[in-house]
Design a protein around this ligand. Structure first.
Ligand code: AMP
Ligand code: MG
Length: 485
């Protein structure tokens, strides 16, 4: 079906539990990602056999060559260490090389209990499964590094959450599932040998340019992880994504987005925006994401101290001086990103000021984040809109326009840059909720497919795009998300 290999399973028993998915009553294929399937070389003959696909991606039938395991990991959840997490409702079937030779994990989620389930039932409800499919596909189309979904299969069984809900299994495709929490798992247990094994495996898989024999490999690894986190968080900030549960077990070393549980898109701009009902103190608010990423990388660095240098003080000093660079590196990437959103090409002397002032104005005037940048883009060729925005944003608009109009490359070039950095449509919370409700009530996924078509072209206005661009009536002030279990 797929050409499976199992390099993670070869690491040794301490890394996982070998365990099979628990079969489900009546698997039915609801969503399938053909483009992704093709890139992974899924047998073409199989693509039209939805019953077989449902059987494989529910775990009822195990494809040849897979070796299902539940991975062990720990993690800081809302700042508190939980030593015993792990895949409590997921099975890694194995890995597959895509058409470019890049290795991907194929994981079932909601596929039954494991040693790591604790009180959980090992299952997943249909709503959160479809939500993960929609959100991750939207993020991928937006250009944000992310894990993706290959399939959603209804189980024909109910799961009990706030009430009885239809159950589903989602197949996740990720560059790997190695988390900061995976390193923590071995570090807190003092399992040095396994920690080194994990480090070398991760370097080979994600950062082969470092080389496992390099003397400074640990610091270079940390630096590479830091660079990927900076890219990731800057991209989240660009599109207004709030992850909602940036625990260290939800932070992938490869720098892709994972765990779409309580995530949401920011409507009205405010750095303090929080939608997750479990994030009582706003630890993971929109504007806190950059500093939380540093907090998480610092936890990773702590795991690796003993491998950096035999002398602890030397090791800590080396790690600290690297981590101290985070803020400057982040700011540079962050302002570069906003310069692109505003079409500021080349070195514009007052660009930082323009960016900071605009964000302050948006906060003051409670403007919608996506809509404002999309309108600024459009205003470059729409004089009526330009006048409107001049009234709305006052002298800021005139200063900004002066920069664009004086740009050597010409305003066309600026507009092009803005159009490819400012989406015209995002997966707005009220649309996602409406679609999930429709899918749950009907057991069918047409509503999700329609939305998906638009979300797959976030920088283009299709005929159907208009149906999904309206702003939430309350600016999402009362919107709440729940951990998608
Ligand atoms: P998450 O909130 O998805 O990051 O999950 C945190 C931990 O809880 C992980 O170890 C999950 O495997 C586990 N978990 C979440 N939901 C369930 C469930 N329904 N059954 C078993 N384990 C679960
Ligand atoms: Mg998680």
């Amino acid at each position: 079906m797929l050409n499976f290999s199992n390099t993670y399973a070869q690491l040794g028993d301490e890394f996982y539990q070998r365990v099979r998915p628990t079969p489900v009553a009546k698997p039915e294929l609801l969503m399938f990602n053909r483009e992704l399937a093709e890139s992974l070389g899924l047998n073409e003959a199989l693509q039209d056999h939805s019953d077989l696909i449902a059987s494989y991606f529910s775990g009822n039938e195990l494809p040849e060559g897979c070796d299902p395991i539940a991975l062990a990991y720990s993690g800081h959840q809302f700042g508190h260490m939980n030593p015993q997490l792990g895949d409590g409702r997921a099975h890694l079937l194995g890995e597959v090389l895509d058409n470019d030779g890049k290795r991907f994990d194929i994981q079932l989620k909601g596929s039954g209990p494991t040693r790591y389930s604790r009180q959980g039932d090992g299952r997943c409800a249909l709503g959160p499964a479809i939500r993960e499919f929609l959100m991750s596909e939207a993020m991928h189309a937006l250009g944000v590094p992310t894990s993706r979904c290959l399939a959603v299969v209804a189980t024909g069984e109910s799961v009990y959450r706030d009430r009885s809900r239809p159950g589903a299994i989602v197949t996740r495709v990720a560059a790997s599932h190695i988390r900061v929490g995976t390193f923590q798992y071995f570090a807190i247990r003092g399992q040095q040998e396994s920690l080194t094994k994990l480090l070398d495996y991760t370097i080979n898989r994600h950062f082969p340019e470092i080389g496992v024999d390099a003397e400074d490999k640990v610091l270079r690894f940390l630096e590479a992880v830091m660079a990927r986190q900076i890219t990731l968080i800057v991209e989240w900030m660009r599109v207004g994504f709030i992850h909602g549960v940036m625990n260290t077990d939800n932070t992938l070393i490869c720098g892709d987005t994972i765990d779409y549980g309580p995530c949401a898109m920011m409507g009205t701009y405010h750095p303090g925006t929080v939608y997750s009902s479990i994030d009582e103190h706003g630890r993971y608010a929109f504007g806190n994401q950059p500093s939380i990423a540093l907090w998480n990388i610092t936890r990773l660095a702590e795991c690796l101290v003993s491998l950096i240098d035999n002398d602890e003080k030397t090791a800590v000093d080396l790690a600290q001086s690297l981590l101290q660079e985070y803020n400057v590196r982040f700011e540079t990437a962050y302002f570069d990103m906003f310069a692109k959103k505003l079409g500021l090409i080349g070195s514009v002397p007052n660009s930082h000021e323009l960016i900071v002032d605009l964000l302050a104005k948006m906060k003051d005037k409670q403007l919608d984040y996506t809509h404002t940048f999309a309108r600024l883009t459009q205003s470059l060729h729409d004089n009526i809109l330009a006048e409107e925005m001049k009234t709305e944003l006052g002298s800021w608009y005139e200063s900004w326009r002066a920069c664009i109009d004086n740009c050597e490359e010409g305003s066309d070039c600026a507009e092009k840059q803005m159009a490819s950095n400012n989406p015209v449509v995002i997966p707005r919370n009220h649309h996602i909720e409406a679609v999930l409700l429709a899918c749950e009530e009907t057991g069918r996924t047409e509503a999700a497919d329609e939305l998906l078509k638009v979300l797959r072209s976030p920088y283009k206005t299709l005929t159907e795009t208009l149906n999904y661009q309206d702003l939430p009536e309350d600016g999402d002030r009362y919107y709440r998300t729940f951990c998608g279990t």
